[in-house]
Design a protein around this ligand. Structure first.
Ligand SMILES: [Zn+2]
Length: 58
């Protein structure tokens, strides 16, 4: 029954299948989790930048 515990997950960043027991889930590796985090932060910064531009226009 131990095999049931081992599931394959798909990495959110590179879509590669990996063992769900990995500590880095939902990513296959720490590198992929950083890539996702960076894209997240990048989005946040670009939103803030847009808001600043908006204030200048007014
Ligand atoms: Zn990955």
């Amino acid at each position: 029954m131990k095999n049931l515990d081992i599931k394959q997950l798909k990495c959110l960043t590179c879509k590669k299948e990996f063992n769900s027991e990995a500590k880095t889930k939902p990513f296959c590796s720490q590198r992929c989790s950083y890539i996702d985090l960076n894209s997240w932060l990048g989005e946040k910064y670009s939103i803030q930048a847009n808001e600043e531009d908006y204030e200048k226009d007014i």
